[in-house]
Design a protein around this ligand. Sequence first.
Ligand SMILES: [Zn+2]
Length: 122
Amino acid sequence: MHNLTLEHEWNEDIVDITPRCPKCQSPQIEPRNLARRLGGAIGAIAGTTSGVALAITGVEVGLLAGPVGAVLGGVAGVIIDGIVGGAAGCAAGSKLGAAIDRNILQNQQCRHCGHTFSDRSS
Ligand SMILES: [Zn+2]
């Protein structure tokens, strides 16, 4: 009887700490983070694209100062806004994706039976 009691308490401990597969109760689950990966990629593209759009504005402003100004304005705009926009977009996208992973998608996958489920199920 002592063994049974100990085992029972031990199992309760694990349930508290480790999320389990709702289908087979296996603790061998891993996060998929699909939205976070996708969000980072989309954010980087969107950020870079908006940076390029700003660079085009730089070209238009530069045109007022002549062709050289247009080239310089455009190049500087692409480099600076593209890098900054891409990095910021990637960070924002990752953050957004992580939030989506937590709340919407079935972010956890059981390595034992392959069942996918969301974090909030427990
Ligand atoms: Zn499972």
